[in-house]
Design a protein around this ligand. Structure first.
Ligand code: SAM
Length: 247
């Protein structure tokens, strides 16, 4: 029976498309895309002539029903987003759930993902990482979310829009303190790619030093919370009780 292929596309550099992504996109009957005009340019660049249909935030449920309908007719269908991996801070999750529920297989065709690309050059993700994605646009709500992440030991990964990146870093400084390290990954794989790692206490000045530094697309990775020194008071207390029980 038919499958839905969830296909990752490049973040910028077209060389990051995979051979399998090209094969799948060439072989399907319909490609559902977040922004069909944007994706048409990608298909044109690779000489792929396949029908595009829109699947975005505002029509996802209806578009998903249409995908199920096509799959039931035996059509081959792929899903892409504007850049990177669909359904990761992008439309697709609801469509994938709907297609699965209808009994069709959903097949990943992996490739670029901005979060993973930034993590891979951060040096922070030795343990694990926590993908946060986009923070709330208003500072009060953003600070609430950030405060809840202060004790997190894993690296934290955020997506941020250029017009909010400085505000966001300012709130990160307030929440996590000046010593916590930040990785700024700007315009990855593109002409103006810039990747720096610095303490949060230096980050606002770094952005202020050059207007170009606030342009483009950003992933921010914050180092996880440092290991607490020694045992907590509660752990000491429990350890004392346990030791007292030993023969
Ligand atoms: N689903 C995509 C993925 O997995 O890569 C992410 C989609 S999300 C709507 C777009 C955000 O991803 C941007 O605001 C930015 O935070 C990040 N991003 C995408 N391309 C990027 C790039 N070339 N360099 C840095 N960040 C990028």
């Amino acid at each position: 029976s038919s499958s839905l292929y969830v296909v990752a596309t490049p973040l910028g550099n077209l060389g990051d498309i995979s051979q399998r992504a090209l094969d799948v996109l060439r072989g399907v009957d319909i490609i559902a895309a977040e922004d069909t005009r944007h994706s048409q340019r990608l298909l044109d660049a690779f000489g792929i002539r396949v029908r595009l249909t829109a699947l975005h935030q505002h029509n996802e449920q209806k578009a998903a029903d249409q995908l199920v309908h096509w799959l039931a007719e035996g059509k081959r269908v792929a899903l892409i987003s504007d850049a990177g991996t669909p359904a990761i801070s992008d439309p697709g999750a609801r469509a994938v759930a709907r297609v699965r529920q209808a009994g069709f297989a959903v097949v990943p065709v992996p490739g670029a993902c901005a979060a993973v690309a930034a993590l891979s050059v951060s040096g922070f993700a030795e343990g694990g990482f926590r993908f946060v994605g986009f923070l709330p646009p208003k500072s009060a709500a953003r600070l609430t979310v950030l405060s809840g992440l202060v004790g997190e030991r894993d690296a934290l990964v955020f997506y941020e829009a250029p017009h909010r990146v400085v505000e966001c870093v300012t709130d990160m400084l307030a929440a996590f303190g000046a010593a916590r390290e930040l990785l700024v990954a700007r315009e990855m794989t593109k002409l103006h790619e810039e990747i720096v790692r610095l303490p949060l206490g230096e980050a606002v000045a770094w952005f202020a030093a050059d207007d170009n530094r606030v342009r483009g697309e950003f992933v921010l990775v914050v180092q996880g919370a440092p290991e607490p020194e020694g045992l907590s008071a509660e752990a000491e207390r429990v350890l004392g009780l346990l030791l007292a029980e030993l023969p």
